[in-house]
Design a protein around this ligand. Structure first.
Ligand SMILES: Cc1cc2nc3c(=O)[nH]c(=O)nc-3n(C[C@H](O)[C@H](O)[C@H](O)COP(=O)(O)OP(=O)(O)OC[C@H]3O[C@@H](n4cnc5c(N)ncnc54)[C@H](O)[C@@H]3O)c2cc1C
Length: 467
């Protein structure tokens, strides 16, 4: 069994297949594992994440994967989400004592950055989602409808759109509301905020991302497999409707009974010969899947400027601020004086052309506005990581271009957050795709096995009506 690509999709497929008794050989082009959800050393020796990554309570497959590879303890879950606007008003999202779907009622009513008119319009739209058990009839229109259209149909106030829907969904889906399929937006609210009490809880790694994958190599090798780094596949060869081998830099072919290609969709599209795209129509339209950017801004201050572990800013370019020093825990016996913050800006189209220093200056002004303690603090160093193709763009109708994990070409299986999982481009989507690819391999080998984990079950009052 060969797996190409050591991101979450490839790793989850590889680990699941190794556990099912296959000898897995994984090939990754970079010197480390984790793909987009990883961390690495900067030239100045600083270890940084390729942008902050967070998970939610509803991401059941990612949680299962972390458990399998011994990393579950490296994720800390928080049940309080804090929002701050430029006027200094704060809002908290937190489950109270009431059962789902009323568990957020208390914090929602006290959410100061929203007006009563905003809240009423939001409550109406949430009721639509609840009544449809996570679906509304207009979501099934051919080609999909945009989230903005969906919100306008439900007469949402400008404040509700800007300070509620946009804030949650641009971060969760990495796309602007007018370019997001409403199906994904509605799903986020159903799975994370309405159907149960714990789906919204935010899991944040307390170690650099690369450390989450320490157990993968060990698990694959323990079961007789191997993990090969710095091994980019350069060509895929086919004959008579089957994959025959994959080729690496030295021209050496590697063969296997089955191949899981867990590559970015743009890379796979480049590697596929035209006749294969003709033979397998699901691979003919990968170019139609667009991408959207995320910018991460890393700031190191000479003293503590922020107390919270993380925070969302409203009405600013900066969307989320993570207090990495607090999240990683005290080093040097707590004597460390400086503070490292990581800022995240999703769907950051406007920043792509901006010089890095301009982005740092802009974010610094916003950080100093948010935290008075930052005004007297010195910025020791800063860096900006722009990911132009951070995720696939969840545009209306995008699902029609996403292939399933099993292909009609013998031996060829696909994994990647961009394949058909029903989920947007997330770590959960990537792991689901890996598990689905592994299930397809096992099914075709005559040893079917369920690997995909069930969704979080609706609970509270919702649980009484949804089976
Ligand atoms: C900046 C940023 C922030 C994000 N934030 C979040 C978040 O907070 N929460 C969340 O859930 N998701 C987040 N995501 C999305 C998440 O990172 C991805 O959905 C997920 O990691 C995708 O995993 P994958 O395995 O499908 O793809 P990838 O991680 O892209 O893996 C593909 C792998 O294939 C390798 N490869 C490429 N070409 C070759 C080749 N020729 N030969 C061999 N190997 C090759 C690559 O090096 C890579 O390791 C974020 C993404 C980015 C970029």
């Amino acid at each position: 069994m060969i797996v190409i690509g050591g991101g979450l999709a490839g790793l989850s497929a590889a680990v699941a297949l190794a556990e099912a008794g296959w000898r897995v050989r994984l090939f990754e082009q970079r010197p480390f594992l984790g793909g987009r959800a990883t961390s690495y050393l900067l030239p100045d020796g600083e270890h940084v994440d390729n942008c902050q990554h967070v998970t939610l309570g509803c991401c059941t497959n990612l949680e299962d994967f972390y458990r399998r590879v011994g990393s579950a303890g490296k994720i800390k879950f928080f049940d309080r989400l804090l929002f701050l606007d430029p006027q200094g008003r704060t809002g908290v999202i937190k489950a109270g004592v009431l059962p789902a779907p009323l568990h957020m009622t208390g914090s929602f009513l006290g959410f100061a950055p929203l007006t009563m008119a905003d809240k009423k319009s939001i409550a109406r739209a949430l009721l639509h989602i609840l009544r449809g058990k996570g679906r509304t009839a207009d979501l099934d229109e051919p080609g999909g409808i945009s989230m903005l259209e969906w919100l306008r149909t439900r007469k949402q106030t400008p404040g509700a759109i800007e300070r509620f829907w946009r804030v949650v969904l641009v971060s969760a889906l990495n796309e602007e509301l007018d370019r997001t399929d409403a199906r994904f937006g509605v799903d986020v609210f159903w799975k994370a905020f309405l159907s149960n009490r714990t789906g919204y809880r935010m899991g944040v790694p307390v170690v650099p991302l690369a450390e989450l994958y320490d157990g993968c190599k060990a698990e694959i090798e323990r079961r007789g497999g191997e993990v090969n780094l710095r091994m980019p596949v350069r060509a895929i060869h086919f004959r008579d409707g089957a994959v025959t081998d994959v080729e690496f830099d030295d021209g050496r072919p590697e063969t296997a009974d089955a191949y899981v290609f867990a590559l970015p969709h743009e890379t796979l599209a480049e590697l596929l010969p035209p006749e294969i795209k003709l033979a397998e129509p699901s691979l003919a339209h990968l170019e139609n899947i667009g991408v959207s950017p995320i910018t991460g801004v890393h700031l190191w201050f000479d003293r503590e400027v922020m107390r919270e572990p993380f925070l969302t800013l409203l009405d600013t370019t900066t969307q989320w601020i993570f207090n990495k020093t607090a999240l990683y825990g005290a080093k040097n016996g707590g004597k460390e004086k400086g503070q490292y913050l990581q800022l995240v800006i999703s769907a950051s189209y406007d920043l792509l052309q901006k010089p890095r220093q301009e982005i740092i200056d802009l974010c610094l002004v916003e950080v100093r506005q948010a935290f008075p303690a930052a005004r007297g603090a010195n910025l020791v160093k800063a860096t900006v990581i722009k990911e132009a193709a951070a995720t696939f763009s969840p545009q209306p109708g995008v699902d029609r271009w996403r292939p399933i994990q099993q292909t009609s070409i013998r031996g060829m299986f696909l994994a990647g957050d961009w394949t058909a999982t029903g989920w947007p481009a997330t770590m959960e989507g990537a792991v689901r795709s890996g598990y689905l690819a592994a299930e397809a391999v096992l099914r075709l080998a005559g040893a079917p096995k369920r690997i995909l984990q069930p969704d979080l079950q609706p609970d509270g009052v919702v649980g009484m009506f949804v089976k």
